[in-house]
Design a binder for this molecule. Structure first.
Ligand SMILES: Cc1cc2nc3c(=O)[nH]c(=O)nc-3n(C[C@H](O)[C@H](O)[C@H](O)COP(=O)(O)OP(=O)(O)OC[C@H]3O[C@@H](n4cnc5c(N)ncnc54)[C@H](O)[C@@H]3O)c2cc1C
Length: 261
């Protein structure tokens, strides 16, 4: 029977753009271009490597996000994933991590899975907690923050590098893992991959398809609330220290004045 691998990929605002909150203090996803979260490219890469080593495997990428999140799915498909699932619904606006994990869990149950692979954190919300919530909702084993991952005989094995120790972890499938940016360089999509991705299936689902009520998600269902947001002050021009023999002293005085030394 085919090994079913599902990769959770998030479409995030480009960090090089001018990111802002909207008036209702949710992330303004319209104002800046988005892209596949870089950290999720590592998750796609590990899924593809595991699939390549398996006799028979299928990689599905899933996202919960606005219409443009399709770009993130296409990138993952062009890297080599087989198919995609896009959950999109106007009622998702303002959904927090609890709601997102609910929607993803339902979408993954709908797709079917043996192994779910996530990134270590998104590059916008960066809570790093979604994989754990997902494992709990799915009733699957949770093996997170892996810098090395492999699969054999129905068990997923990995290495987690901490500050004080390196742990080796193992769990029977079904399992949810998250991988770090140390897990292995993500491949670039080839021209052939980009062309092939255009023909790969993308299934669109909304809340009704997943049996989720609007009140369970969105701002109404959110358990967290952004109460205020203050813009970071604009950068100032800075101060140039010219070295005319006293450069070191001037630099030290500059740092001392600002309590850096
Ligand atoms: C239209 C929309 C509006 C939203 N509005 C808000 C809001 O107003 N306030 C709020 O708190 N949150 C909002 N969210 C949810 C938020 O953007 C995050 O998806 C969610 O809170 C997860 O938190 P994180 O990104 O910090 O996840 P992390 O825990 O940092 O993510 C870890 C991993 O989980 C997976 N993952 C995370 N998010 C997704 C996703 N959406 N799709 C697929 N995989 C994912 C990725 O593999 C990622 O690497 C909204 C989401 C959507 C789609």
């Amino acid at each position: 029977m085919s090994l079913k691998i599902v990769v959770c990929v998030k479409y995030v605002p480009d960090a090089t753009g001018d990111r802002r909150f909207a008036e209702d203090l949710t992330t303004d996803r319209e104002a800046v271009d988005g892209l596949l979260s870089e950290l999720d490219e590592y998750a796609v890469e590990q899924a593809l490597r595991i699939a390549e080593d398996a006799d028979d495997a299928e990689v599905t990428v899933v996202t919960v996000g606005p219409e443009d999140a399709n770009d993130a799915l296409r990138k993952a498909l062009s890297m080599g994933a087989d198919k995609a699932v896009h959950v999109e619904d106007d009622d998702l606006h303002g959904t927090d991590v609890m709601g997102t994990s609910l929607v993803l869990a339902k979408a993954i149950e709908h797709t079917g899975y043996d192994l779910v692979i996530c990134g270590m954190a998104s590059t916008d919300g960066s809570m790093g907690v979604l994989p754990a919530l997902l494992a709990e909702r799915l009733g699957a084993a949770q093996v997170t923050l892996l810098s090395e991952v492999s699969l054999a005989d129905g068990r997923v094995t990995g290495r987690r590098d901490g500050d004080a120790a390196t742990e080796r972890l193992e769990a029977a499938l079904p399992a949810v893992v998250s991988v770090t940016d140390q897990s292995g360089e993500a491949r670039y999509p080839s021209f052939k991959g980009i062309m092939a991705a255009k023909k790969k299936p993308v299934e669109s689902l909304d809340l009704e398809d997943l049996g989720i009520e609007a009140e369970e998600v969105g701002l109404a269902g959110a358990r967290t609330e952004v109460t205020s947001a203050t813009e970071r002050p604009a950068r100032t021009a800075g101060e140039v220290v010219t070295d005319e023999g006293e450069g070191g002293k001037l630099l030290a005085a500059f740092l001392a004045e600002r309590k850096f030394i």
